[in-house]
Design a protein around this ligand. Sequence first.
Ligand code: ADP
Ligand code: MG
Length: 339
Amino acid sequence: MGKIHILEEQIANQIAAGEVVERPSSVVKELVENSIDAGSSKIDISIEEGGLQSIRVIDNGSGIDKEDCELAFLPHATSKILTSKDLFQIHSLGFRGEALPSIAAVSKMSCITSTQNTGLGYQIVNEGGILKTIGEVRASKGTDITVKELFYNTPARLKYVKTIQTELSHISDYIYRLALAYPKIRFTLTHNGKMLLQTLGNGDLLQVIAAIYGRTIAKSMVQVDCSNLDYSLRGYIAKPEMTRSNRSAISLIVNGRYIRNPFLNKAILNAYHTLLPIHRFPICVLHIQMNPTLLDVNVHPAKLEVRFSKEKELMMFVEQELRKLLQQQILIPAAKEPK
Ligand code: ADP
Ligand code: MG
């Protein structure tokens, strides 16, 4: 008699959840990214107790069709890609179809969604990966997802969760990056009822920078706007006198996706070269656009890491363009100083 058997779906989802749902901020990330993919212009995020008690994300996006509601909670169910060819041209933040089933496997989740302005929609309640109820409810267009008691059924995972303050800082850090990546979306973030971020959604990146880093910093940023055949580079970089003690104020957004990349960080630091004091780092928000075929985003489950097919060229471009700008600042510092 053989000893191998295929695991039941619920336990398989719980295992997969370990990869996707590391901590409360992973849930927030996945839900808000789904809201962005759904074309929302307004996303409200409310968190209770660092996300351990509750995480709620309300958007005004496309909503989920009735017949898709149950499907959306199944592993590898996605509306975003169809064939393996699509993997090489990803236009959405999600594509793995893993988030909803993974989150549901380790929490108590409710999703209210509507694709129309009729005032009617559907609610689906799933606890620990088990469908509890599905039915018609009153709902406005968009999706309203609440995740309660995260890791209630995986005590081992709960042990790794840090203090409420630490979990909250992971959440707010990621929401700040998404707000910087999507200045056209109106974001609000509240924790235990206290408003932590509110953006206008008017497309003005500098306004988002002001909401996150303060008006003084925003006013002294230098605008970046350049392109070559492969890449366009837009955003703001701080003058060398506005520094931080670590790299965390460097936000890299590639094709709308916030990413971390040591090579791009290095290109930016090289551009500042000797202008920065030792152990000090710049504040910068850079949007890099490129043809999706030049980018592999399927490297890491959280998709925070990507691979560039022409890495060296991209680094050179970023370094040279930013250096040019910074040199202009040194030559004519007074001309650009705000009043
Ligand atoms: P993925 O984002 O990789 O497709 P998810 O598990 O995150 O996988 O979501 C599954 C599907 O559910 C999505 O492909 C999308 O069709 C739908 N969905 C999830 N969240 C939303 C939302 N906020 N608005 C509209 N559709 C959503
Ligand atoms: Mg998703």
